[in-house]
Ligand binder design. Structure first.
Ligand SMILES: Cc1cc2nc3c(=O)[nH]c(=O)nc-3n(C[C@H](O)[C@H](O)[C@H](O)COP(=O)(O)O)c2cc1C
Length: 256
């Protein structure tokens, strides 16, 4: 038996989801949206090229770890590989808010995703500052920090890179790659607001986790999908999440 077929047997015969062609990977029935990316982040055009298939996903100690779990799944199911980095505070919050199982700083990927998704995820704790995403030569297409704490936001806004999440964000900025940050805090201080403005000036897309309600969410998962879809749109990653505005007057009949 070849090594490849042995590996496929171990995974229950399923190909890793990132090996699937993006166009054939709708997330929720129907075809995936065409690459909507109304206003792609700087350099987002390159996201559609196969040359740079790795998306760096940073998770910090803000509430909303579910956004990261869903975004990773969506990115993988549209053909990307993900390098996932989680800070120490991120691990605390993630363990609290999701099914994530950590042993020390190691994450059991199977606690969050089925095998075909987990097979496309590389995980590194943020303390490992010397891991590949710390380098500009790491073959990443973009970085997204979701959720982003005010602590990490402040560090990025001031050019600090004390852990691998911060460094990966800094690398995206200096290399001119798309950087999306999804802050979550309430209320925001003037310091937070100034840091967001600084980061936006430096080229990042600052997208606070503010779900809309015009898609008529029926569950928390629908609200999560709204925020994830917006982040994916900004990254130029086509997805099949049903979060669009149905148009004036259509809502009344939609739920009938
Ligand atoms: C349960 C819990 C929830 C938290 N929620 C938030 C939050 O929503 N937003 C935020 O900015 N900080 C939040 N914090 C505080 C951050 O975790 C803290 O500032 C931490 O130093 C962030 O570190 P990091 O940026 O390296 O992940 C929370 C902390 C805990 C323990």
């Amino acid at each position: 038996m070849s090594r490849r077929s042995a590996a496929r047997r171990r995974s229950g015969g399923r190909r890793p989801a990132c090996a699937a062609k993006p166009a054939s990977s709708p997330l929720r029935g129907g075809s995936p949206d065409p690459p909507r990316a109304a206003r792609p982040a700087r350099g987002a055009a390159s996201l559609h090229r196969a040359a740079r298939p790795v998306l760096v996903v940073g998770v910090t100690g803000a509430s909303g770890a579910a956004y990261a779990v869903r975004l990773v799944e969506c990115a993988v199911r549209t053909g990307r590989r993900v390098h996932l980095i989680v800070t120490a505070a991120g691990r605390l919050v993630m363990a609290d808010e999701t099914a994530a199982h950590f042993r020390g700083d190691a994450l059991d990927l199977a606690s969050l995703w089925p095998h075909d998704v987990a097979a496309c995820v590389t995980y590194t704790p943020a303390e490992q500052l010397a891991a590949p995403p710390a380098s500009g030569s790491f073959d990443a297409q973009a970085a997204v920090i979701i959720p982003c704490s005010m602590n990490t936001l402040a560090a990025l806004a001031h050019g600090l890179a004390g852990n691998l999440v911060q460094r990966a964000g800094q690398v995206a900025l200096k290399e001119g790659r798309p950087l999306v940050v999804v802050p979550r805090e309430m209320p925001l201080t003037r310091i937070d607001l100034a840091n967001m403005a600084r980061l936006a000036d430096a080229g990042a897309a600052v997208m606070p986790a503010m779900p809309g309600f015009y898609h008529r969410p029926r569950s928390v998962a629908d609200l999560v999908d709204f925020v994830v879809a917006k982040a994916l749109d900004r990254l130029g990653i086509a997805h099949g999440l049903a979060v669009g505005w149905p148009g004036a007057g259509k809502n009344a009949s939609r739920r009938a």
